[in-house]
Design a binder for this molecule. Structure first.
Ligand code: IPM
Ligand code: MG
Length: 358
C-alpha cells in the first residue's frame, strides 16, 4: 500500500486538486493500484485553521507518505502577515523539511496548443525542455537574512546567496542523470561574471560533467538565458540552475508552452520520494470560479506515478488522456484562443476521466 498525502492549499488549489484526485481515483480503479490518499493543510488554509503555514501534523503526515500532491499556496488574504508565517513559508518549509532539493520542471509544448503560445508557432513547435531547479538552498534559504536598521536610522534589507559544494554536486547529478535519458545536453545557468557563489557552481558543474562524458555541458549567464528562452528556446535540452534563477526561468519557460496552467513539476529527495505540484500559483483572482486549468495538476499526478510510485503504465495513461482531450478540442480559458469556447475546470476533469475510461 502506497500512501499519498494531498495538500490542496489555497486559491484555485482545492478545485484543481479535486479534479486531479478524480483522475488518480480513475487510474487506481483501472490499473487496480494499491494507493491510499489522505488530506492535510498547508499555506493559508493551515494558517486559518492552526495559525501556522506548515503545522506539525502536516509535517508528520508528509514524512510518513510515499508521495505528496500539492495544489498551490498564498493569496491576498495573508499578504499582510509577517514574512515568517506567510503561506509561502509553508511551501518552503515542506520542501526543506523533506529535503526535496531536486525540482524537475518540464516545459513541453503540446502541438495542439502551438497557437496558444504568445510566441510564433515556428519558435515553439516541438519544444521539449527540462528545467532542473535547486529547491532547498541558495538565496531563498541563505542566512543571514532580514531587514535591519542602520546606525543612520535607515532600514536595509539583506539576503544571502549561498551554495555549498555538496548542494551543487547533488543537483548537478540530477541534471546529468536526466540528460542521459534525454538529448544528453546540459546548460548550466549562473551569473558567474558577478556572483562568487555561482563561480563555484560553474566549477562543480565542470567537475560532475567528467563523470558523464556522453553529456555535453554548456554554461550561460542567467540574463542571456532569459533572452534565449524567448528567442530560440528549442536550443535547450536540460537547463540546471539555482533556486531563484530556476524560479524565474521556469515561469518564463512555462509561458512558451501556451499557458503556465499546463506544466507539472516534481520535487525529489535523494531517495526519489517526491512532492508533485503544478508550477503555477494559487491564482486568487480566478479562485472559486471553476475556470482554472486542472491539467498541470493532473499531469503532476502522472509524474508522481512515474517517479515516486513506480506505476509507469498509469502515468502514461494519464498523459495520453490529456493528449486525447486536447485533440477533442477542449480548452480551459487560459489555453483557448479567441475563437474557441472555454470549458470549466470540472468539465476538463470530466473529459480526462472519460478519456481514461474510454
Ligand atoms: C514556485 C513558487 C514558489 C517559489 C513560491 C510560491 C514560494 O513561485 O514554486 O515557483 O518561489 O518557489
Ligand atoms: Mg515560481
Amino acid at each position: 500500500m502506497k500512501k499519498v498525502l494531498v495538500l490542496p492549499g489555497d486559491g484555485i488549489g482545492p478545485e484543481i486538486v479535486s479534479q486531479a484526485e478524480r483522475v488518480l481515483a480513475a487510474v487506481v480503479a483501472k490499473f487496480d493500484l494499491d494507493i491510499e490518499t489522505s488530506h492535510g493543510l498547508i499555506g493559508g488554509a493551515a494558517i486559518d485553521a492552526t495559525g501556522k503555514p506548515y503545522p506539525e501534523a502536516t509535517d508528520a503526515a508528509a514524512k510518513a507518505a510515499d508521495a505528496i500532491l500539492l495544489g498551490a499556496v498564498g493569496g491576498p488574504k495573508w499578504d499582510a502577515l509577517d514574512m515568517a508565517i506567510r503561506p509561502e513559508k509553508g511551501l518552503l518549509a515542506i520542501r526543506s523539511q523533506l529535503g526535496l532539493f531536486g525540482n524537475l520542471r518540464p516545459a513541453l509544448l503540446y502541438p495542439q496548443l502551438a497557437s496558444a503560445s504568445t510566441l510564433k508557432p515556428e519558435v515553439v513547435s516541438g519544444l521539449d525542455l527540462l528545467i532542473v531547479r535547486e529547491l532547498t538552498g541558495g538565496i531563498y534559504f541563505g542566512q543571514p537574512r532580514g531587514i535591519r536598521t542602520l546606525e543612520n536610522g535607515e532600514r536595509e534589507g539583506f539576503n544571502t546567496y549561498v551554495y555549498s559544494e555538496s548542494e551543487i554536486r547533488r543537483i548537478a547529478v540530477v541534471a546529468f542523470e536526466a540528460a542521459m535519458k534525454r538529448d544528453k545536453r546540459v546548460c548550466s545557468v549562473d551569473k558567474a561574471n558577478v556572483l562568487e557563489a555561482t563561480v563555484l557552481w560553474r566549477e562543480i558543474m565542470e567537475e560532475v560533467a567528467k563523470d558523464y562524458p556522453e553529456v555535453e555541458l554548456s554554461h550561460m549567464y542567467v540574463d542571456n538565458a532569459a533572452m534565449q528562452l524567448v528567442r530560440a528556446p528549442k536550443q535547450f535540452d536540460v537547463m540546471v540552475t539555482g533556486n531563484m534563477f530556476g524560479d524565474i526561468l521556469s515561469d518564463c519557460a512555462a509561458m512558451l508552452t501556451g499557458s503556465i496552467g499546463m506544466l507539472p513539476s516534481a520535487s525529489l529527495d535523494q531517495a526519489g520520494k517526491g512532492m508533485y505540484e503544478p508550477i503555477h500559483g494559487s491564482a486568487p483572482d480566478i479562485a472559486g470560479q471553476n475556470v482554472a486549468n486542472p491539467l498541470a495538476t493532473i499531469l503532476s499526478v502522472a509524474m508522481m506515478l512515474r517517479y515516486s510510485l513506480g506505476e509507469l503504465a498509469a502515468a502514461d495513461a494519464i498523459e495520453q488522456a490529456v493528449v486525447a482531450v486536447l485533440d477533442q478540442g477542449l480548452r480551459t480559458a487560459d489555453i483557448a484562443t479567441k475563437d474557441e469556447q472555454a470549458v470549466s475546470t470540472t468539465a476538463m476533469g470530466d473529459a480526462v476521466v472519460a478519456a481514461l475510461n474510454a
